[in-house]
Design a protein around this ligand. Structure first.
Ligand code: MG
Length: 418
């Protein structure tokens, strides 16, 4: 039986309002879960997953097997889904989960560790003064790195690094990656959510693991560094040191750390891990599941993109056409409902429409009066060019008559001066 010395720390960070990460540690089982989903969804998902693991993985004597660990992850997944159906606010919630359990090795006097992972929380092993990432992220950028499309450095700052390809809470059965490795005294395991490694470099993490002996100090220091680095996400760290236990022969090659990597498929069978391209869900961990690539077992979980039938689309188009027609008619009526006096071809005329036109409705000449521009005084010409407007042709004509009268008066008044 291995004895661990462990500690954990979790912090909301500098930006988020709530901490959706959860962690659990007992001698023999260590878990980190990073929940996602609006309202309280993320917190509930990670808490439900952790609680299920706590109840199911260790047997009565506090020991585990890889099978129990993997069954626990499947049970946690089902529990998250079941819980998400209890409230509309919890729909679409999910969580990552990474876990380490102490197990018996192939020879019963050996102690091994089983590591399981879904999502992008991570398990690292610090041994022989070297930091090794045991788990592989189920994320879009991880796939891109594996395909050689981007580098690790580009992945670390990629705008889509929040997109997960696997998480608990999405489909009824999930593929769980796992690894088994012999435990050795002095091994130090680090479990963490992405809030740590997105803010703190691997070198910085290694230096803290090397420098500080006490797991509690390590956890607190790593959280502090993540906050100092920006703290843009919740930060969770669990540190577990293998203190005592049967020492294993030096059969473990760190260079070939994944001694017995594997993965459970949907039917629960384990299979050798190869080029893992299975993508069951794409989740934007910033909140709601962005897109489901495989049908969820819940029939109500209809992809909004698919529920838009051709008939509904046609309806939308007709509505848009109707709205446009109404607007055009209204603008037309408005623009044609007025008359104004102006100048056209040296004559004073009455226009129908609005001066300058409205949209593509230009004013048209309604009638040409007997008045010529040459008859007008400069003052009256200026007035006419100001385009006085009227609700009817009659109104406009009254104005023109008035103009004629005023011209007659102006000429009689000016005669004595000449
Ligand atoms: Mg996170």
């Amino acid at each position: 039986m291995i004895t661990f010395r462990w500690a954990g720390a979790s912090d909301t960070g500098q930006v988020r309002r709530a901490n959706q990460d959860r962690w659990h540690a007992t001698n023999g089982l260590f878990v980190v879960a990073d929940g996602m989903g609006g309202h309280q969804g993320g917190e509930v998902a990670s808490a439900v997953a952790i609680e299920t693991m706590r109840e199911q993985v260790l047997d009565a004597d506090g020991t585990a097997t890889t099978e129990r660990l993997l069954d626990g992850v499947q049970a946690a997944n089902r529990a998250v889904i079941a819980r998400s159906h209890t409230s509309l606010d919890l729909r679409g919630m999910g969580t990552t989960l990474c876990a380490v359990a102490a197990i018996e090795g192939p020879d019963t006097d050996e102690q091994w560790l089983a590591v399981a992972n879904v999502g992008d929380s991570r398990v690292y092993l610090w041994a022989d003064d070297e930091l090794r990432q045991v788990t592989r992220d189920h994320s879009l950028v991880e796939d891109m790195v594996r395909d050689g499309r981007i580098t690790e450095e580009e992945a670390a700052v990629h705008p889509q690094r929040n997109i997960l390809t696997r998480a608990l809470g999405v489909t009824g059965e999930i593929d769980v990656d796992y690894w088994e490795l012999p435990a050795r005294e002095g091994d130090r395991l680090l479990l963490c959510s992405d809030g740590l490694f997105n803010e703190v470099s691997v070198d910085q993490i290694a230096s803290v693991l090397r420098r500080l002996d006490d797991p509690g100090e390590v956890a607190e220091e790593l959280v502090r560094l993540a906050n100092a680095g920006g703290g843009r996400d919740n930060i969770t760290v669990v540190v577990a040191d293998v203190e005592a236990g049967p020492t294993t022969d030096d059969q473990r090659t760190i260079g070939a750390l994944q001694v017995r990597p594997g993965r459970t498929d949907r039917a629960g069978f384990t299979s050798a891990r190869d080029g893992d391209t299975a993508e069951h869900a794409v989740i934007d961990r910033a909140g709601i599941p962005a897109r489901l690539l495989a049908p969820a077992i819940d029939d109500d979980d209809i992809d909004p993109g698919r529920s838009r039938t051709p008939i509904r689309t046609l309806g939308w188009l007709l509505s848009i056409v109707l709205v446009i027609t109404v607007v055009v008619v209204a603008v037309g009526l408005y623009s044609r409902s007025s008359y104004f006096v102006g100048v056209n071809d040296d004559s004073v005329v009455v226009f129908q429409g609005r001066p300058g036109g409205v949209l593509w409705f230009d004013p048209t000449v309604e009638l040409v009066t007997d008045l010529d521009v040459a008859d007008l005084t400069p003052l009256l010409l200026e007035e006419v060019e100001g385009n006085p407007d009227y609700a009817s042709v009659e109104g406009a004509l009254d104005y023109v008559d008035g103009l004629t009268d005023r011209l007659a008066e102006a000429s009689t008044e000016s005669e004595p001066d000449e």
